[in-house]
Design a protein around this ligand. Structure first.
Ligand code: SAM
Ligand code: SF4
Length: 347
């Protein structure tokens, strides 16, 4: 992977004639994150306020036909090989099993995964597996009922635990867990989470909290860093570097007590992995973004609804990705949080 040069902005040189989603820093985006809705049934306090947000109007949200058309363009014309469904809470999208079946029928078939809070997933797991879903990541920040409720503002831990078990039973493996640690809230439970994951054979990854919450409450001075997460886990476990290839994956992987169990730590803020980023993003209202932290985005919905051809849409998507910046700039002076929160971009 070429290293990102000193310049932060994309160069102004003309884009070479390539069908792929290349950028001026030599990266190629093959991993598409699609937000299916900005709505959610939890209220994780690092993500959105207790009262929720002004959700997108239904007319702004792409229909299943529009989404499938864009994903078809992505896999057929732009070289996308992996699609992840997210949100908001993707399970709130009506008829999601049918949408999954339509995505996995695309040619060439993308690998399809979903990031979800797991509420209501247990009874749908088998249908999702039959529709072709390959894997899921379930977000779970605590296995203690009170702490779970404190963070998500809902008493739903049981639903999430059931979702994990049902995913494994339906063969959606490896079942991954995403966890965020918050100071003086669940930091002392980091080892409990890892023990739980190891006992059940789930793959746990801790993510550093990022400045993407709707209420702009992120504070670098109180954020739990990847280094601290490593130290917290090391109070009970011995972590050694995993020999597994990291590739474009953001997690630094560690063998636990010599393996085979592992844990991942995603140092999004303190050791950004932007130079290896393979992602392109589509919001529920049809905007393409080259990065979670982009300050600009490109409206594809207008093109879709205005009768543009597949090639026109592909060309606009390519041009957006060509302008991708070197990195997210959280650690630069003058960093400004993007206007959209994580729940609206798709995490
Ligand atoms: N609702 C689904 C869920 O929670 O898995 C999908 C959307 S959620 C935005 C995707 C992931 O982003 C979750 O794992 C969540 O913990 C994480 N997340 C949300 N806000 C975050 C933040 N400010 N910093 C780091 N991760 C965050
Ligand atoms: Fe909802 Fe996911 Fe945000 Fe939690 S992190 S409020 S589950 S969108």
């Amino acid at each position: 992977m070429p290293s990102v040069p000193g310049a932060r902005s994309a160069s102004t040189r003309p884009r070479p004639d390539s069908p792929a989603l290349i950028d001026t820093f030599g990266r190629v985006a093959t991993d598409l994150r699609v937000s299916l809705t900005d709505k959610c049934n939890l209220r994780c306090n690092y993500c959105m306020p207790a009262e929720g947000l002004d959700w997108m109007p239904d007319t702004a949200v792409l229909s299943d036909d529009e989404l499938v058309r864009l994903m078809d363009i992505a896999v057929r014309l732009l070289g996308v090989t992996d699609i992840r469904l997210t949100g908001g809470e993707p399970l709130l999208r009506p008829g999601l099993e049918d949408l999954v079946a339509r995505i996995t029928a695309l040619e060439p078939r993308p690998r399809l995964s979903m990031t979800t809070n797991g509420i209501g997933f247990a009874k749908r797991a088998r249908a999702f597996a039959e529709a072709g879903l390959d894997r899921i990541n379930v977000s779970l920040d605590s296995v203690d009922r009170e702490t779970f409720e404190l963070i998500t503002r809902r008493d739903r831990l049981r639903h999430v635990l059931d979702a994990l078990a049902a995913a494994r039973e339906a063969g959606l493996e490896p079942v991954k867990i995403n966890a965020v640690l918050l100071r003086e809230v669940n930091e002392h439970q980091a080892t409990d989470l890892l023990r739980f994951a190891l006992e059940h054979g789930y793959h746990l990854r801790f993510i550093e909290q990022m400045p993407l919450d709707a209420q702009h409450g992120w504070d670098r001075s109180t954020m739990i860093t990847a280094g601290e997460i490593f130290d917290l886990l090391s109070t009970e476990f011995t972590l050694t570097p995993s020999p597994a290839e990291r590739g474009g994956a953001p997690a630094e992987r560690w063998l636990v007590d010599g393996g085979p169990g592992e844990v991942g730590i995603i140092p999004s803020v303190t050791r950004p992995f932007c130079s290896a980023c393979e992602r392109t993003r589509l919001t529920a209202d049809g905007a393409v973004r080259s990065c979670l932290f982009s300050s600009d985005e490109t409206d594809l919905r207008m093109l879709l609804r205005g009768g543009a051809s597949d090639e026109d849409i592909a060309g606009t998507w390519r041009a957006t990705m060509w302008g991708k910046l070197a990195g997210h700039e959280i650690n630069e002076a003058g960093f400004a949080q993007p206007l959209r929160p994580m729940s609206s971009i798709g995490g």
